[in-house]
Design a protein around this ligand. Sequence first.
Ligand code: FE2
Ligand code: FE2
Length: 362
Amino acid sequence: MRAFAAALGIPEDHFVRSIANPISRGSAVYYPPQAPELGADQFGVAPHTDYGCLTLVYQANVGGLEVHGRNREWILAHRIEDSFVVNVGDLLARWTNDRFRSTPHRVVNRSGEERLSLAVFVDPDDDTRIEPVCRTGRGAALSAGDLRRIHPRPLRQVFRLPAEMSRTPLLKLEWRFVSSFEMGRMTVADWRTLDTQRAVYRSELQAEQVLRLLRVQKDDPSFGYPISNYRHCLQSATLAHRDGQDEETVVVALLHDIGFDACPARHGAFAAALLGGHVAERHVWLLEHHQVFQDHHVGEHYDPLLDRNARERWHGHPHFEWTAAFVARYDQAAMDPDYDTLPLEHFEPMVRRLFSSEPRSR
Ligand SMILES: [Fe+2]
Ligand SMILES: [Fe+2]
């Protein structure tokens, strides 16, 4: 405590003169070995800050104490022979107006061995007035005892990282995070980990994300067409399905306008990029060009410059006839509010099967 006072440039005995009848206490803590498959978010002691002034920790045989640094990484406080970890608690942080910070910490015993630690919590006398010694004028003075009594947990304050400060949980408990927050500081092992975990992640989540992109449009209103884009997509897929088209064509119909409102002018290219790795070339071409093929079906229009035959520039292209037929049958007329359209659930397994197929290289 003298060292802390000296560091602040105040009389060395400032803190210790309040430690005549301290409410300090000590404890010996036993940690069983933690099974590796439990992952990094299973704790011997969950993240928290200490209530008091200082905590002196002796890690008797193995390490495991981790400190939450200001760069938001958990840093392992390695066990060093014949030494103590000195941790600042909430009371000293308050006493110094956060010049010394109360550090969140946790214990994760990954050693595979039993772990023993000895901790001494150093607090001043119960009636000590905790009046900030620096950056004064902020924070009211209270006695150490009052602070302890109004505190919901006298020994340890359960520390919850704000959502935006904590890491996103991993998909699998046994997975691990990369070792840095910067790509430039990541290791070869990190990149291998990412590649391995990403392959599983995508195989499990890509189809779900695509379905979610569609599902969020479910209750969107219409801007004039008899049905919403969501219902148009389902109707298009239903028409293709009832026409006996193969599963890939049905999914192409379901997703051909998935970006209709998010990416209006290029929604065909949007769908082509989304499906490109998983469908035949004729479907990629169809998706990219279907907007121009639709113009062929426009009846009366106010714009004299509208070119209904713009698609003719691709006449003779191997995918021209298929695109023309698809648009005529499953797209330009798929807006009947009375049609018995199948629900999305009907098509979900098809989407999952398509995205679980090996991506095609082009
Ligand atoms: Fe479209
Ligand atoms: Fe469409």
